[in-house]
Design a protein around this ligand. Structure first.
Ligand SMILES: Cc1ncc(COP(=O)(O)O)c(C=O)c1O
Length: 378
């Protein structure tokens, strides 16, 4: 019998979440952010599932971080436009950008110079990235007009210019910083007569005034709610990944007995401990605290003891039906109907869903269910 750990990827849920994002921003075009292997879900399967939506409701473009990620998509037959969110990392990538028909973000002067020195067969669509307050990538707002004009003066090299920026705090309860970034970009867009793309998932969900011409949802497509305060829309997200395993051993412990490395957890009462095949060698977070929820046979149970490389231990004292082979859901949807959100697990690990989802390692097989032929990818 094979090791029971698998990441089930529900492509119907992905399509549901994309359709939700698109509906929330119905006056905008909604690209789908599928960088980092679609946040660990498998970029090719996710792109193909979204591309298979009917014309008019499928994503008009995808976004990835770099050329290598775009190449994987093109090799798999994904034909939609693909935006490189960080643009090129060296000038010689422009040949591949052109050959693959990619769209480019430009965030730095050297990228602009490389682009303007390049002679493409057809002009390349360019998204000019502005640093409106996050202070990570992008031109300062006061340089926007100059760079915008230089790009506009090269219609043989640059097509379809757009202004983009990224929010630092669209998920937060306090709206003040996000509003400043939004004001900055609205001002620039009006002054330059430029289309804009600003909204990540939290802004797509909670900032309709930031939707602009394009929205760029990422994590919400995978069913994670990025908002500090969930809203009516975010509650309709469906989990896409279910990290599913089984109990492989059980033991009874007397009160006071320790469990696992370092003996972090001690049985507070006569306890039944289940060993589940999933560990940090699979990407499950070793920082998961005692009490981190896990669904055992569809019922909530709690992590007891430090996560090992290949296993973790769960207190199933109150789940008498737990047995060898019982289902253990680390996050996602149990066969018994219960759902455990990856966001809740992340809080117990002092992290965010993004790191848990992107952290699932290749040794966990992905098993796809939904509109694309079942594919199993490492
Ligand atoms: C530039 C950019 N746009 C959009 C996104 C999508 O963000 P989210 O996953 O929060 O929707 C990201 C994610 O990191 C990003 O870096």
């Amino acid at each position: 019998m094979a090791r029971p750990l698998v990441a089930d990827i529900d492509l119907d849920a992905l399509r549901h979440n994309y359709t939700l994002a698109r509906g929330l921003a119905s006056g905008s075009r909604a690209l789908a952010v599928i960088k980092a292997n679609a946040y660990g879900h498998g970029a090719v399967a996710c792109a193909l599932a979204l591309e298979a939506l009917p014309p008019g409701v499928r994503p008009p473009a995808f976004a990835v971080a770099c050329l290598e990620e775009a190449e994987v998509l093109r090799d798999a037959g994904v034909r939609s436009p693909v935006v490189l969110l960080e643009g090129i990392f060296e000038a010689k990538e422009l040949d591949r950008v052109e050959a693959l028909g990619l769209w480019l973000a430009v965030h730095s002067e050297w990228q602009v110079q490389a682009l303007l020195a390049y002679r493409p067969q057809r002009p390349i669509p360019v998204w000019l990235k502005i640093d409106s307050g996050m202070h990570r990538l992008g031109f300062p707002p006061e340089r926007a007009a100059d760079v915008w004009a230089r790009l506009g003066a090269a219609p043989d090299r640059v097509a379809d210019r757009l202004l983009m920026s990224h929010f630092a705090t669209a998920d937060a309860v306090d709206p003040s910083d996000c509003r400043k970034q939004l004001d900055c970009m609205r001002h620039l867009a009006a002054a330059l007569g430029a289309p804009v793309c600003l909204a990540n998932s939290p802004a797509t969900l909670a900032w309709p005034q930031a939707h602009g011409d394009w929205v760029r949802p990422g994590v919400m497509l995978y069913g994670s709610d990025p908002l500090a305060c969930p809203n009516e829309a975010s509650r309709r997200l469906e989990p896409v990944m279910t990290l599913r395993s089984e109990i492989i051993a059980l033991r009874e412990l007397a009160p006071g007995e320790p469990v696992g490395y370092g003996g972090r957890w001690h049985a507070p009462r006569p306890s039944r401990i289940a060993v589940v095949a999933c560990g940090y060698g699979d990407g499950y977070d070793r920082h998961a605290a005692d009490g981190t929820p896990i669904l055992i046979a569809g019922r909530r149970a709690a992590l007891a003891g430090k996560v090992s490389m290949d296993m973790l231990t769960v207190d199933v004292t109150d789940i008498p039906e737990a047995d060898i082979g019982s289902e253990a859901v680390l996050w996602g949807r149990s066969r018994y109907g219960a759902v455990l959100s990856v966001d809740e697990v992340a809080r117990h690990c002092d992290t965010i869903s993004y790191t848990l989802l992107t952290g699932i390692l290749p040794r966990v097989p992905r098993r796809y269910v939904g509109p694309v032929d079942p594919v199993t990818a490492a």
